[in-house]
Design a protein around this ligand. Structure first.
Ligand code: NAD
Ligand code: MG
Length: 398
């Protein structure tokens, strides 16, 4: 039987890679719903090709979308709007698989709705899990949702862990002979920049990743290493372990996507060409495998793989994230919100590159942490942290 898929964030980099994988398997998957926040013309093109039953756009884009549908002679596609529309499609009874590929906190409520509804949830939107942590993991346990990692590192870790690892009861210690997780990082475009050079890098330089082509926000996060910090938090929740069991290893070639070490001295690595279609296909089909266009690794052409420890003096974001995970409670949500605002300000050339972690550091010190007991508490702290970050940015850009 074919699986019905909802792609939240269909016009983005992950959304496009998802469509590329689905293209090769029309007999296995059909598209029920797609969402987009901008690029309505592109959404129209995608709708023409895939004929979804429902699309979700912001309310103020509906007129434009209707015009595009008319031009393309597209009929019978229902248009829903805003947060409510996203939640409706994410938990829709006709949907089997939800690709959570909206960027940032905007993806939290629809991703949680999919988890509560017990879907197979392919998690690209790491910010949603960083913000909600235990609440999302407990919701998955309760509903029986399969929360499968699409982030290449976490997908690699998942592939290297024992088969039944996600199903076991964990208590923050690694289980089943696992001793350590090695989370690899490319180091981003500024791996070898001096502290002085880092102060003057531009948004265009930050968005030019050496190995991956991604959306602008995650590209900047990769350049500051905040992406690795968020991924550290993501790994702790997904695999239910304390942060000191996760070691970050800089591996500039992005061929090993992460590793798991075992108490008998074994280290298992998942390797492949850096293309998000591989982890997307893995999460879609798990525990089976489906074919993608990604060619197999050519080890003779690669020659070598390099590794080094991250430099947390030049990239303090990693330390901020580790501390936020150690503090627990609302700290990861505060970190995430302040970082989203700081990245946007950097992209708008309001602040410099090194101000990004400085803004988060300031906000984390300014806002009091407490336990994250409810979703409302998380949404409330998210608002407070955004305000505090805006305020700090105004001071810095004077
Ligand atoms: P992107 O910017 O290319 O795409 C984001 C998508 O979200 C677009 O479809 C956009 O229309 C939608 N969107 C943006 N703001 C929205 C809002 N306020 N409300 C609703 N929809 C909104 O981003 P991306 O690179 O595809 O990344 C998406 C997510 O996947 C991020 O959380 C990122 O960290 C994660 N991720 C991406 C990659 C990658 O290679 N691109 C790898 C691992 C994880
Ligand atoms: Mg990643």
């Amino acid at each position: 039987m074919s699986q019905s898929v909802c792609i939240l964030g269909a016009t983005g980099s992950i959304g496009q890679s998802t469509l590329k994988v689905l293209d090769r398997h029309p007999e296995k998957y059909s598209i029920f719903a797609l969402s987009a926040y901008s690029r309505i013309e592109e959404l129209g093109e995608i709708c023409k090709q895939y004929q979804p039953k429902v699309v979700v756009v912001p309310f103020d884009k509906v007129d434009q979308l209707q015009k595009v549908f008319k031009e393309k002679n597209l009929k019978n596609i229902e248009i829903l709007t805003d947060k409510e529309g996203l939640i409706t499609v994410a938990k829709h009874p006709e949907v089997d698989v939800v690709m959570a590929a909206i960027v940032g906190a905007a993806g939290l409520l629809p991703t949680l709705a999919a988890v509560h509804a017990g879907k197979r949830v392919l998690l690209a939107n790491k910010e949603a899990l960083v913000m909600s942590g235990d609440i999302m993991m407990q919701a998955a346990q309760k509903s029986g949702a399969l929360l499968l990692p699409v982030d290449s590192e976490h997908n690699a870790i998942f592939q290297c862990l024992p088969q039944n690892y996600l199903q076991i009861e964990t208590n923050q210690e690694p289980q089943l002979g696992v001793s350590q997780i090695l989370l690899t990082a490319s180091g981003g475009p500024f791996l070898n920049h001096s502290s002085d050079q880092l102060k003057h890098v531009t948004p265009a330089q930050a968005c030019k990743h050496p190995n991956w082509s991604m959306g602008r926000k995650i590209s900047v996060d990769s350049a500051t290493l905040m992406n690795k910090g968020l991924e550290l938090i993501e790994a702790c929740h997904l695999f239910s372990i304390k942060e000191h069991f996760v070691t970050v290893v800089v591996h500039p070639q992005s061929i090993i996507h992460s590793m798991v070490q075992y108490i008998d001295g074994s280290t298992l690595a998942q390797m492949g060409n850096p293309d998000m279609c591989t982890p997307i296909a893995h999460a879609l089909a798990w525990p089976e495998r489906i074919e993608t266009h990604v060619p197999p690794l050519d080890l003779f052409a690669l020659h070598r793989l390099d590794f080094q420890a991250p430099d947390t003096d030049r990239f303090p974001a990693l330390t901020l994230a580790r501390q936020a995970m150690q503090s627990g409670g609302l700290a990861p949500a505060i970190l995430n919100a302040s970082n989203e605002i700081a990245v946007e300000a950097f992209l708008n050339e309001q602040i410099g590159f090194m101000d990004i972690p400085a803004v988060s550091d300031f906000v984390l010190n300014e806002i009091a942490n407490s336990s994250a007991d409810t979703l409302d508490m998380i949404l409330d702290i998210d608002r407070q942290a955004r305000q505090s970050a805006q305020h700090r940015i105004m001071q810095l850009s004077k």
